[in-house]
Write a protein that binds this ligand. Structure first.
Ligand SMILES: C[S@@+](CC[C@H](N)C(=O)[O-])C[C@H]1O[C@@H](n2cnc3c(N)ncnc32)[C@H](O)[C@@H]1O
Length: 222
């Protein structure tokens, strides 16, 4: 983002919000984690407002709803990878879950997530080794991270590493990268190699105000 644009969303309002989807486009045009950190540092104060009012993002409640169709045990230890400002955590709390941690590359996004019920919040990148043990969690969420300019399908392996056998991974894929980033073939490969069992892949609304759909995937690690 250019110097001229920095901070412009604070000028005339005490509620940070964007007037167009420039923050989203900057994030989508990222080439590496440093670009993403810059993009989300800028977007963090306006993210929640834009999520609801500009983009109409429904991926957080819908992911947790689908998860609850398969999972009844509220005591599961869950990690939310790319937790951002914690909107998945908000939905997990509403659903009665209380044992969830979060990881994100953006300190500014995590700072907002601190009020949202997470037991622990870490800075880390899914493009590197996450600061988690092998098989540490009963379940992982990864919502809004497999999208343009963010994280590729090969990093599904890192989610699998940190979830125990029999555990669940619930993740979204923006429809625009499903084929082009190799998610379709990677998901099938992991199933054919018996690394995971696909419980469901559901195409549904994702950003309704942008008319973008997403794939909601729920898998069981073998
Ligand atoms: C579209 S937001 C989604 C945030 C949250 N999950 C939600 O649904 O509201 C994408 C988030 O992924 C984070 N992110 C991007 N690349 C990442 C990476 N390599 N590792 C961890 N988090 C990442 C961003 O900082 C941002 O908070």
């Amino acid at each position: 983002m250019s110097e001229n644009n920095k901070g412009k969303f604070y000028n005339n309002s005490d509620i940070a919000h964007s007037h167009n989807d420039e923050n989203l486009q900057v994030a989508y045009n990222s080439h590496n984690d440093e670009d993403l950190q810059d993009a989300y540092k800028e977007w963090a104060p306006a993210y929640d407002h834009d999520n609801d009012n500009l983009l109409g993002t429904v991926s957080q409640p819908l992911s947790v709803q689908i998860f609850q169709e398969y999972i009844k045990d509220k005591s599961l230890r869950i990690i939310d990878v790319g937790c951002g400002t914690g909107l998945v955590g908000v939905e997990l709390e509403k659903g009665g879950f209380s044992n969830f941690d979060g990881i994100d590359i953006s300190k500014e996004m995590i700072d907002i997530a601190k009020k949202r019920g997470y037991s622990k919040l870490f800075i880390g990148s899914l493009n590197d080794s996450l600061p988690c043990e092998n098989n540490e969690y009963d379940a992982a969420f990864c919502v809004g991270v497999f999208t343009h300019g963010h994280v590729g399908s090969e990093r599904l392996d890192e989610l699998i590493r940190i979830v125990k056998s029999g555990g669940i991974i619930c993740f979204t894929i923006n429809e625009g990268v499903y084929e082009s980033y190799g998610f379709n073939s990677k998901i099938k490969k992991l199933e054919s190699e018996n690394v995971w069992k696909v419980l469901e892949i559901r195409k549904n609304d994702y950003m309704v105000k942008k008319n973008v759909k997403g794939f909601y995937c729920i898998v069981e690690v073998q």
